[in-house]
Design a protein around this ligand. Sequence first.
Ligand code: KG4
Ligand code: ZN
Length: 454
Amino acid sequence: MCSGSGLILGIESSCDETAAAVVHTGVEVLANVVASQMALHAKYGGVVPELASREHLRNIVPVVRAAMAEAGLEFADLDAIAVTEGPGLAGALLVGITYAKALALGLGKPLIAVNHLEGHIHAVLMEARQRQEAMEMPMLALVVSGGHTHLYLAEKPDVPGGGEGRTTEILSEAQNDELKGSGHGVWRYRNVGRTVDDAAGEAFDKVAKLLGLGYPGGPWMDALAKKGNPRAVEFKFGQIKTRRVPRNENPTHDGETVMNGAPNPTLSAEDAERMGHPIPPKQNLDGAPDSEVSFDFSFSGIKTAVLRYIQGHGMGAGVEARRKVLAEALRANPAMKAAEALQEMPEVFDAQTLDLIASFQHAVVGNLMRQTFAAAEALGARGIVVSGGVSANSELRRRFADEAAQRGLRVAFPTMAMSTDNAAMIAAAAWGKFCAGEFAAEGLVATPQLKLGS
Ligand code: KG4
Ligand code: ZN
């Protein structure tokens, strides 16, 4: 053991969930409490930052108390307090950070700052540890949520017996003792891809809104896509080339993105599905050395394409009728899910709309797959982790699993409860930092644009 009780209290308040959890040695979840504000923001069709901060303020104390009670612990039992430092909404992050700082100071316990995106990755790693599964290194992580679409190459460098293709994660107590203070547990991340405009979840939400569906749109689209024809409408993704300016030469500017607006016939949704032609990095990235390759995403074009399709096919009146009917039904039953709506009012979901939804989802998932597997191949990743809210998508899970099996790669997803925002993932990500003695400075502040890795 690294020392102490192994118990870390995690606190998460970066967006619209106030969450607290107690996790033992980054593996066992003793308590996991999430107060969701979804219903509050649903009527505005998106998260309202001022309301989110106020709600966090109201919830933070009862949520932490509930987590401690659920774990059956006193504050004195804890080794450390971990909190999300960013990225996220400034006011929302501030509530969690201020409370965590005060708690740590009052208790005389260390405070650990965690990047929210690292938390999403550790949600999967924590569950792999629970199943006693080792993840193979290097690992490629796709973090795909309402605010983020990022690809990271992740490694834990100082595992004993390290080297190409080693596995990690499950260490004996002796190994843990040996590694204490040596930097063990501090993962390294290289950001090898990111969205240049909208996040994938944001595209799901915006398209759902264009179609008059409920909020958040992802789960609605997922359920309705099952009833449509994914090949009815062909969406294409334009090619994106990103050249990175090496950081040490120009630290204020980390890249220049060149959008090639012309649809590239090799990048149709169907090709994405076949996955037969991953991008050879050296050809497509202008001969950039491996350390500078990137695999970027863009989702604003497909959102516009859906809007044009709706306008061009006279679907506007149908959308407005559906918006009205669903708004009324959601007022009566705010927790209503798409499956229920489909069953109770099938007439609201015409075949053309269902086909459009299925085709949109098919194209987005195909694009996420194409970039992820191309990056995995180019960078020699031996395992893939997909996390964040969109990783709950059923088509995404099925197609990623099939493709990974064909390529002999391991792919891991979080359970549904761990795919959306929670604090167990924050406490789990903090464990390695605790072992390494990587504590936050007293002056820790919220960092809304916090980056992960290099
Ligand atoms: O990780 P998360 O809970 O919060 C952020 O950090 O953004 O992700 C929320 C996002 C929303 O955009 C939501 O529509 C999307 O995840 N989402 C889904 C599904 N479930 C949630 N998108 C597609 N299919 C789903 N089943
Ligand atoms: Zn998140």
